[in-house]
Design a protein around this ligand. Structure first.
Ligand SMILES: [Ca+2]
Ligand SMILES: [Ca+2]
Length: 384
């Protein structure tokens, strides 16, 4: 004992300090100094979710996209990073993702968006740039999450999808956006199958539903697209990976960065049959019903109203006057093209016009309120 005390006293102070530190090491042998000090995960898009966590979720639930073989725009495009206006670099199938938390009764949840961005809409009345997307609402296994802070404590592989949503002619009179229980689609633990209509690029959770959207969409002989990667574009005003083009006013993308699973939509989906695909966003059902009637009339002439949305882009955001203006533009275009042979079309659109001006419309079609049987979304071509 005396020898030990004498030895320690004779040690230089620093050597003694090192000795004490070594004794204090945990059994693992890892020096404490190598562990980062309570550094939260990088969150450059400011949504409280670590960006690496977002990326893992996005990759885990990445949908499988099926394109028509006669698609005219090739593949979704990758856009130049750090440029304020969208400039397509290559049509290479890149998907842009977004992940953020959603609060609400029964939540919080995490919502994922998957954007397929196109250099152009190559359908009738096409236009440069085309923003389309699907989304998923995720929950923890037992829905025990009680606070936003606990979201990131659940490992990525324990999350499951509750619902999927697919935008189809969103915010137009032809809006046939829809959702379904992930279980019905067989897509609770991974991405759903998504069918993309030719040229117009509307998204559908079943191929059978692809004929909706004012009746002109088609998903012919669909082929799965290879997705090289999903790029997290961050949040509105807080882009990641240089995706500042998302807020450009050259396309209606910024408004698609909010939640698709509003309280209303969640209630619609929860109340609907867990085995069916449910129409949501039916903000203008009588208008669409009338146009569907017009499409039926036109179907024999092979024209359809499939491109009405081009003229009525963002119609849902418009006031009655704006809608009326859009309607008139559409009506004029249609009348100029088919006046001689399709007087019935004019009748259909005059009926739409009466509705838009506050009058009544008939021919309301049940589709808008209806639901169709969910297709076995990933039963036939499920990945191993
Ligand atoms: Ca984040
Ligand atoms: Ca995010």
């Amino acid at each position: 004992m005396g020898l030990a005390s004498a030895t320690i006293k004779e040690m230089p102070f620093l050597v003694w300090l090192s000795f004490v530190c070594l004794l204090a090491l945990p059994l693992s042998g890892q020096p404490k100094s190598s562990v980062p000090t309570a550094q939260p995960g990088t969150d450059l898009d400011g949504d409280t979710l670590p960006d690496a966590f977002e990326q893992e979720l996005l990759e885990r639930f990445q949908p499988r996209f099926f394109l028509s073989r006669n698609e005219c725009a090739d593949l979704p495009a990758e856009f130049a990073a750090n440029e304020p206006e969208p400039r397509p670099l290559a049509a290479n199938g890149v998907i842009y993702g977004q992940a953020f938390s959603v609060e609400g009764k029964g939540g919080p949840w995490i919502e994922l968006h998957y954007f397929h961005l196109w250099a152009r809409d190559c359908g009738r009345w096409g236009h440069p740039l085309d923003v389309e997307h699907v989304s998923a609402l995720l929950a923890t296994p037992e829905e025990t999450t009680s606070s936003a802070a606990s979201l990131t404590s659940t490992p990525v592989n324990e999350w499951r999808a509750l619902y999927w949503y697919a935008a189809a002619h969103e915010d137009t009179v032809c809006d046939v956006s829809h959702g379904a229980h992930a279980r019905a689609l067989g897509a609770e633990r991974h991405g759903a199958k998504v069918f993309v209509s030719r040229a117009k690029h509307a998204s559908y959770l079943s191929r059978e539903r692809c004929k909706f959207g004012c009746g002109g969409d088609e998903c012919k002989d669909p082929k799965e697209m290879e997705v090289p990667r999903v790029i997290n574009l961050g949040e509105r005003g807080r882009p990641l990976n240089g995706a500042i083009f998302a807020s450009s006013n050259r396309w209606p993308m910024a408004q698609k960065l909010g939640s698709d699973f509003t309280e209303t939509v969640r209630q619609q989906l929860a109340a609907g049959s867990p085995k069916k695909i449910v129409a949501v966003n039916s903000g203008l059902p009588p208008v669409r019903a009338t146009i569907l009637a017009g499409e039926e009339i036109l179907s024999g002439a092979g024209t359809g109203m499939r491109h009405t949305d081009g003229a009525l882009q963002n119609g849902a955001e418009a006031t009655d006057n704006a809608l009326n203006t859009s309607h008139e533009a559409t009506g004029n275009a249609l009348k100029s093209g088919y006046r001689a042979t399709e007087s019935a079309v004019g009748r259909a659109f005059r009926a739409t016009g009466r509705f838009l001006k506050g009058g009544k419309t008939s021919n309301a079609r049940a589709e808008s309120a209806g639901a169709t049987e969910a297709a076995p979304n990933d039963a036939s071509t499920a990945k191993p």
